[in-house]
Design a protein around this ligand. Structure first.
Ligand code: SF4
Length: 354
């Protein structure tokens, strides 16, 4: 249990900073429409504000209400989401929009339990919607909160272990300003994003500096602590674009791997890098004869795409064939149809540069 004096000092310092120094602007800030808050929070899970901002505005323009989103065509929503990654978020977005619209009369639940029952809404998003929209006394606990609390109080308990998670949730709840949870949560998020940042905390401009344990012990760069090291897996994905009269051979990716429901060209995955000579050979791609050497238009340089636990190394061979070939599981699509479907970011980038 934190001392009353410490809590009061923390709340006072945060509040003053929020009122006088917090200049952070975001289109959803102060918003009371649960649909807009929910949408912004789903977009911002694992996405930086700078990147998510434009997506949020595009979504609100195309789907101004939860009913509009619930009536959308899946492929169009995936297309709009293209580039944001973590496509489960997009699937959950559609499921929840349809549930709110069709089963809850268009209203988001105003309780923590009700919000948690919706697909893709965990403790963090429930606390954000609950406090910002309905004024519920729920503390958001995200990376910003872990960082601020661990540093100010000098807590070295790992944040990625159940014991640490429980402890930080309890502390965040104790520190919450229950009279104004919306402003408090917003202040914590903004403070973590602009002052107590992961790499270069601005301790010289910080209202907590006098009593911040991490600053006074000069351990701010080591907090918060994580017990697990992320294991990175290298994958080598090679794509073959077969093109005939402006049509390309494409398939939708299936279950059980990254990029489910996105689209791709003919794929060969290897355990190690393949060099140019192999990539230009027909046999690399299929037992079936797909192209001749003189039909090759372009072989891309290596492209790297970083995911949370995977590093994707990819190259694309682009070939123009003089007749359509049948290839199991793939279909020919025109350029205009290709523009309507979503691809992994590395393929989109390649197509944009064609
Ligand atoms: S003094 Fe530095 S480490 Fe401590 S809360 Fe402020 S910015 Fe973060």
């Amino acid at each position: 249990m934190l001392e009353k004096q410490l809590k009061e000092w923390f709340l006072r310092s945060l509040k003053q900073w929020h009122l006088k120094k917090n200049k952070r602007q975001m289109p959803w800030k102060g918003e009371k429409d649960p649909y807009k808050i929910w949408l912004s929070e789903v977009i911002l899970q694992q996405t930086r504000v700078e990147q998510g901002w434009a997506y949020y505005e595009r979504f609100i323009k195309k789907y101004p209400t939860v009913q509009d989103l619930s009536q959308s065509i899946d492929n169009e929503v995936f297309k709009l989401w293209e580039g944001l990654g973590y496509y489960n978020r997009c699937r959950n977005l559609l499921t929840t929009a349809r549930m709110v619209s069709n089963e809850l009369g268009g209203y988001f639940p105003a309780t923590k339990e009700g919000l948690l029952a919706l697909k893709g809404i965990g403790n963090y998003t429930a606390a954000a919607i609950g406090s910002f929209v309905f004024g519920l006394p729920l503390a958001v606990v995200d990376g910003n909160v872990y960082r601020i609390v661990s540093r100010v109080l000098g807590i070295e308990e790992p944040i990625d272990q159940p014991k640490g998670k429980q402890l930080f949730e309890k502390l965040a709840d104790e520190l919450l300003d229950k009279k104004d949870p919306a402003s408090h949560n917003q202040a914590m998020m903004d403070f973590g994003a602009t002052v107590c940042t992961p790499k270069n905390p601005r301790c010289d401009a910080c209202p907590f500096a006098a009593k911040c344990v991490a600053f006074n012990k000069a351990i701010q760069y080591t907090l918060p602590v994580k017990a697990k090291k992320v294991k990175m897996k290298n994958r080598f994905l090679y794509y073959l674009i077969l093109e005939h009269k402006n049509q390309k051979l494409v398939r939708k990716r299936g279950q059980g791997d990254i990029w489910k429901d996105l689209h791709e060209f003919i794929l060969v995955e290897k355990d190690e890098p393949a060099d140019d000579r192999f990539l230009r050979r027909n046999e690399f791609w299929s037992k079936q004869k797909l192209f001749s050497a003189n039909q090759i238009q372009h072989l891309s340089d290596q492209m790297i795409h970083q995911l949370t636990h995977q590093k994707i190394h990819s190259r694309i061979l682009h070939v123009k064939v003089d007749k359509k070939i049948n290839f199991d599981g793939y279909q020919w699509m025109s350029a205009s149809d290709l523009n309507k479907i979503a691809f992994p970011r590395l393929i989109t980038r390649y197509l944009e540069n064609l």
